[in-house]
Design a protein around this ligand. Structure first.
Ligand code: PLP
Length: 371
């Protein structure tokens, strides 16, 4: 191994601890730790304002939020979704006894291929669960047209989208419901955390009951709810993190631009195309290793590891290849050719606000040398 320090695909941003201390002192003083306290209320309001969305309901994590969206909209039967995502997307369906139906992805958006969605609709289909992969927009208009035609709900797994904007608004503003993740590895983190974005106050109220066991008041339980509440500690951290997130995204943008510049002259390395109307949050920096490159994706991945660079193959394997999914008819490889090709060529390179120029150059050198 080298004497240089290891570089991981991400390094969570944390604010100076001193900025959090006043909130911690207030929590210690008040002993108000959870159940919709003052920090929770403030963070919900400031987050909705920051994102420019009508209502936000905070959660312990995005996975419980996804599970809750399906309960909220009483989704049953089959749901059309993508195999090219983190496994939590499809797991949220199985946790609700819903059959995931995988549809191939589009090579440009890397989200659901809208031209293939209609053919997957059956009388049992009640909703679509698309993912804005790497925080980039899937074809939201095309999906909405299909949902309107067939009376389907759309629940976006918007876990990657914090700070990403499309046609002047937050990507999380689309769909009946959208779910954000504030996990440590995401652009905006509260250690663990998540949220559901919704459009009206009645829906927010139902979500708020569902995340608190279904209690609507001290003695009334209106639904089979779960415990998905965000604590005061996490909400207080979120309020401080909000002050820094725009600066974090600008730093990520500079790193992405340097990669773009370096890889434009490396044969066989493809980067994400520019999308009109899209303002990125630079949450991930995927490269796609093509046949003209000097070696295979997996050998490049190993070369990076040998150099102490822990890149990740997001998303490999596909969700449809995991044991609880691969037996399903819609998981057949022949029907998911684009997802397989993308999954077998992708590597996500390190990108985070504190990535130094020297460490970024080490990543670039390995990619250039292996070509
Ligand atoms: C991170 C992630 C999740 C899960 O988020 P948690 O907050 O860790 O539960 C779900 N979907 C996608 C696409 C993700 O990347």
């Amino acid at each position: 191994m080298t004497d240089k320090s290891d570089v991981y695909v991400t390094k969570p941003f944390l604010p100076p601890l001193a900025e959090l201390m006043p909130a911690l002192e207030q929590i210690w003083e008040s002993r108000e730790l959870t159940n919709g306290g003052v920090f929770h209320q403030r963070f919900e309001r400031e987050l909705a304002t920051h994102l420019g969305v009508p209502f936000v309901s905070l959660f312990t994590n995005a996975t419980l939020a996804l599970v809750t969206t399906l309960q909220c909209l009483r989704v049953t039967g089959e749901v059309i979704t993508t195999p090219y995502s983190f496994v939590a997307t499809a797991h949220s369906l199985l946790w609700n006894g819903i059959e995931p139906v995988f549809v191939d992805i589009d090579r440009e958006t890397l989200g659901l291929d809208v031209s293939r969605v209609e053919a997957a609709i059956t009388p049992r289909t009640t909703a679509i669960m698309p993912v804005h992969v790497y925080g980039r927009p899937v074809d939201v208009d095309g999906l909405q047209r299909i949902a309107d035609t067939y009376g389907l709900k759309i629940i976006y797994d918007a876990a990657h989208t914090f700070g990403a904007r499309y046609r002047g608004e937050s990507l999380a503003a689309h769909g009946d419901l959208a779910v954000l993740s504030f996990h440590a590895t995401k652009v905006f983190n509260t250690f663990e955390g998540g949220a559901i974005v919704c459009r009206d106050v009645q829906t927010k109220q139902r979500i708020d009951f569902l995340k608190n066991f279904g209690f609507s008041d001290e003695v009334t339980v209106v639904a089979t709810g779960i415990n998905g509440k965000m604590s005061e500690f996490h909400a207080a951290l979120g309020l401080v993190q909000l002050q820094h997130v725009s600066d974090c995204i600008s730093k990520r943008a500079k790193i992405a631009a340097r990669y773009d510049n370096a890889f434009s002259s490396v044969p066989g390395i493809e980067v994400l195309p520019v999308l009109p109307g899209y303002e990125s949050n630079f949450s991930y920096y995927p490269i796609f290793v093509g046949p003209e490159y000097g070696t295979t994706r997996d050998l490049l991945y190993l070369r990076l590891r040998e150099a102490g660079i822990y890149a990740r193959r997001y998303f490999y394997p596909l969700i449809s290849n995991f044991p609880m999914y691969r037996g399903r008819a819609s998981a057949a490889k022949a029907d998911l050719p684009v997802a397989h090709a993308v999954s077998e060529s992708v590597i996500c390179l390190p990108i985070y606000p504190e990535l130094s120029g020297v460490d970024q150059q080490r990543v670039i050198d390995v990619v250039e040398d292996a070509s």
